[in-house]
Design a protein around this ligand. Structure first.
Ligand code: ACO
Length: 333
């Protein structure tokens, strides 16, 4: 069987216009700009506006139009949609199908939602890679689109400072015979022994959102920040080392590192584990906070568009999220 190498043909991102600064949050809960910057590196985050169509599928529509343009493709060239979201537009229909409709795709391509929390988009890359490699699909749209503002408790200072809304996408296709773009190695994992450290108990089948749930303030995300912090550093660092080693490279061969953007101290902690130079790390957590599975594709798209990441560069992605899921992908762009 002929196997193909996977190339990232185009990327796109969408950030809502509305900016919420640390000072804005400090008007609502007891916190301050200095504390938030020192502990997280976050200065601002974006908040989606439903009245402008800025839900997960709507943001994905805008990001995908940019990616299609970058890849020089049209909507009907997409033959598979993989959509990561922690809490998508609604339970049914799935956001990937809604996105197919919004993009005007009429080829009836498969459309699948996946939830692996913040790791979701990175989780989808090895799956898309396998589908491209075997020739199953030619142009796979991989979406990470998140509206955490809808389940972020704006009255809880422990969590509300950390999150924002955004979407990032990539279209994966085949490298031609003369190109060397390829995914070298990937790793995915989940440590369910820590599953209760980051949760959203209400809103699923176990607990519908009722008046009682709202009266008890149970409709929000809950988090054990310190446990997640420690696990994030350890797991992302070991996953990064594994994919680079499995590819036959060393860390000095990595041109750019894009870790999940949850907290600047987590990013520095991962980099320090393998003495990685910070100038080769793409960071935007200061501007957008943690946008869950959108962080890596948004940072990737920005770094391509501003000229930092170029064709031929070796790029390392790492992600981490509720579950506790984690993953890393090492590839030649
Ligand atoms: N402003 C001021 N004080 C605060 C705030 C705030 N926003 N939040 C907490 N505090 C207080 C606490 O109440 C505590 O006070 P106390 O000592 O009187 O009890 C003190 O600050 C220290 O709190 P810690 O929790 O020890 O602070 P820490 O340095 O651990 O930072 C943080 C907290 C930022 C949440 C950190 O643990 C973290 O970033 N963890 C990872 C969180 C994360 O990444 N979550 C998502 C990952 S997965 C995904 O992306 C979905």
């Amino acid at each position: 069987m002929k196997l193909f190498n996977t190339k990232i043909l185009g990327t796109g991102s969408f950030l809502p216009d509305k900016i919420l600064t640390n000072e804005d949050i400090a008007k609502r809960v007891e916190t301050n700009d200095q504390w938030i910057i020192e502990r997280t590196g976050i200065k601002a985050r974006r908040v989606a506006d439903l009245s402008k169509g800025e839900n997960p599928s709507g943001m994905a529509q805008q990001a995908t139009l940019r990616a299609l343009e970058a890849a020089n493709l049209t909507p009907n060239d997409i033959d598979c949609i993989l959509f990561s979201s922690t809490l998508a537009d609604q339970a049914m229909p799935n956001a990937a199908s809604v996105l197919q409709f919004k993009l005007g795709i009429t080829n009836n391509c498969p459309a699948l939602d996946v939830n692996a929390a913040c790791s979701g988009w990175v989780y989808l890359l090895p799956m898309a890679d396998a589908m491209i490699k075997t020739g199953m699909y030619k142009h796979i749209l991989v979406v990470g689109s998140e509206m955490l503002s809808s389940f972020n408790n704006w009255d809880d200072r422990n969590t509300c400072i950390l999150f924002g809304d955004a979407c990032g996408v990539a279209i994966l296709g085949r490298s031609s015979e003369t190109e060397d773009a390829k995914i070298y190695s990937t790793v995915l994992s989940s440590d369910s022994s820590k599953k209760d450290h980051l949760t959203l108990w209400a809103g699923g089948s176990n607990k519908r959102i009722t008046k009682e749930v709202i009266d008890n303030d149970e409709q929000w995300m809950t988090m054990n920040g310190q446990e997640i912090f420690k696990a994030a550093v350890k797991t992302m660092a070991s996953h990064c080392e594994k994919v680079v080693r499995d590819s036959g490279f060393t860390m000095s061969d990595v041109d750019w590192f894009i870790p999940h953007q949850a907290n600047l101290r987590i990013i520095e902690g991962v980099g320090n584990r393998f003495n990685f130079p910070m100038e080769k790390v793409i960071i935007n957590v200061d501007k957008y906070a943690n946008t869950s599975s959108a962080t890596v594709p948004v940072a990737f798209d920005e770094a391509i568009r501003d000229g930092r990441i170029k064709r031929g560069d070796n790029v390392l992605f790492a992600a981490f999220g509720a579950g506790l899921t984690a993953g890393a992908v090492f590839f030649k762009y």
